[in-house]
Design a protein around this ligand. Structure first.
Ligand code: C2E
Ligand code: CA
Ligand code: CA
Ligand code: CA
Length: 279
């Protein structure tokens, strides 16, 4: 048994080794990718289901890996956060988002606010509002054309500090969206102090919403809460007509999800804008 245990140890060591080597490789590739500009944004429309019109979009980052193809953010964002590359990545995401907004304005398209996801660490920098203001000025864009998506978990970490930075962002005119709402541990008393403009109902509540169980009750409660707080309420991860109809009947008319469109490369998204996207 002892011998077998030893062999098992050796096996785990080898596996651990392989894993840390894979990680080190990924780390090196991630640094390279930032320099080579291998990150691209895909765009998912936000739809007002009353009119069927696209009223906004969320920019979602992908890694165009030379060998592995398109890599989803779930596979590299956590590592980028861990090894201190997330702010450099965020910088590129913001630049790309602003380039697209600029391009759409130049093409004479009607203004479409673009949402970007900010990592938890970004709010720790008190210079964030000033920097974002500068970025918008450099692109000749109004801050209101950018919506910053933040998760409740990151805001609850240091509520007073978050409120201060958010207040400054709001004063400058940026949209502020509370992402993944309901999945964290925010206290409702803190929530009402946050100067948000939008609340996103997490897909976790949307999935079973049409079944009428507890998730439906929670979704309805979140819609009511958001409206009471004067926020735009957006449902994310809407995949079926039944989910969409339920949410619409309960007053949540802003929706996002595969039912309308997957996140698309810029050219495809522009085509969607030209053609419209009714489910
Ligand atoms: P998120 O902000 O909650 O984004 C929504 C995710 O749900 C996206 O996954 C989107 O593709 C997916 N989705 C949209 N509609 C549907 C649907 O109907 N059904 C299902 N099953 N999924 C749907 P994605 O693009 O893989 O992004 C995952 C997460 O990675 C995002 O979650 C966000 O937290 C993070 N992320 C994405 N882009 C960025 C970025 O530029 N910066 C940072 N810091 N994080 C990002
Ligand atoms: Ca988001
Ligand atoms: Ca979300
Ligand atoms: Ca989510």
């Amino acid at each position: 048994a002892r011998a077998a245990g030893g062999a098992q140890h050796a096996f785990f060591d080898a596996e651990l080794n392989a894993r840390s080597r894979a990680r080190a490789l990924l780390e090196a590739e991630l640094r390279q990718a930032l320099e080579a500009g291998q990150f691209v944004l895909h765009y998912q429309p936000k739809v007002d289901v009353r009119s069927g019109r696209i009223v906004g979009a969320e920019a979602l980052v992908r890694w165009q890996h030379p060998g592995r193809g398109l890599v989803e953010p779930g596979r590299f964002i956590p590592l980028a956060e861990e090894i201190g590359l997330i702010l450099a990545l965020t910088e590129q995401v913001l630049q790309a988002a602003c380039s697209s907004l600029r391009r759409w304005a130049d093409a004479g398209r009607r203004p479409l606010p673009l949402s970007v996801n900010l990592p938890a660490s970004s709010l720790a920098d008190r210079r964030l509002p000033g920097r974002l203001g500068e970025l918008m000025r450099a692109h000749g864009l109004a801050p209101s054309s950018l919506v910053l998506e933040l998760t409740e978990t990151m805001l609850m970490h240091d509520v007073d500090a978050a409120i201060e930075v958010l207040g400054e962002l709001k004063a400058r005119g940026f949209g502020l969206s509370l992402d993944d709402f309901g999945t964290g541990y925010s206290s409702l008393s803190h929530l009402k102090r946050l100067p948000m403009s939008e609340l996103k109902i997490d897909r976790a509540f949307v999935t079973d919403v049409a079944q009428g169980g507890p998730d439906a009750a929670l979704a309805v409660a979140i819609i009511t809460l958001g409206k009471e707080l004067g926020l735009q309420v957006v449902a994310e991860g809407v995949e079926t007509p039944a989910q969409s109809a339920f949410l619409k009947a309960r007053g949540c008319t802003l929706q996002q999800g595969y039912l309308f469109s997957r996140p698309l490369p810029r050219e495809d998204f522009e085509r969607l804008l030209d053609e419209g996207c009714g489910p």
